[in-house]
Design a protein around this ligand. Structure first.
Ligand code: 4NP
Length: 155
């Protein structure tokens, strides 16, 4: 594959998918992989906002950078541009599939399909406590490692 392009998608693009973007940028750089990485939300209410402070604090403590990230909604062009469109939960995946053109449906997956956890979804931490953000990071780090391995195996 030429330079792969990965889009992480959650609901608001302020908690889970910005965290996935930050974690995966770090992992891709360490692995020496040339990957284009972005994130977006199926909802547009937080357009232009920085990632949630709780997500930034938890991620920064583990050494990830959220530099340059602002929230944006998924756009129709994303289905053409990106090779991997990775939803944080089933609701996000259903929303993406409802908008995806036929020739892009295969790009839409649950991100945790690349992980080793028995959990299929990254739970929404927005209304919960700090522990939720740590759990989000644990799941994202694990699935991120799996996605790195997948990209390393692609021709
Ligand atoms: P995210 O979390 O989808 O991980 O960014 C949420 C952020 C905002 C809202 C819900 C979830 N909200 O309802 O505004």
């Amino acid at each position: 594959m030429s330079k792969p392009k990965v889009l992480f998608v959650c609901l608001g693009n302020i908690c889970r998918s910005p965290t996935a973007e930050a974690v995966f940028r770090h992992k891709a750089r360490l692995a020496g992989l040339d990957v284009e990485i972005d994130s977006a939300g199926t909802g547009g209410w937080h357009r232009g906002e920085l990632p949630d402070e709780r997500a930034r604090e938890a991620g920064t403590r583990r050494g990830y950078s959220f530099a340059g990230q602002t929230a944006r909604p998924v756009e129709q062009d994303d289905f053409e541009i990106f090779d991997f469109i990775l939803a944080m939960d089933r609701r996000n995946r259903a929303e993406l599939l409802s908008k995806a053109p036929e020739n892009a449906r295969h790009k839409v997956k649950l991100f945790l399909e690349y992980g080793t956890s028995s959990e299929a979804e990254v739970p929404d931490p927005y209304y919960g406590g700090a522990r939720g953000f740590e759990h989000v990071l644990d799941l994202i780090e694990d699935a991120g490692d799996g996605l790195i391995r997948t990209l390393q195996q692609s021709p």
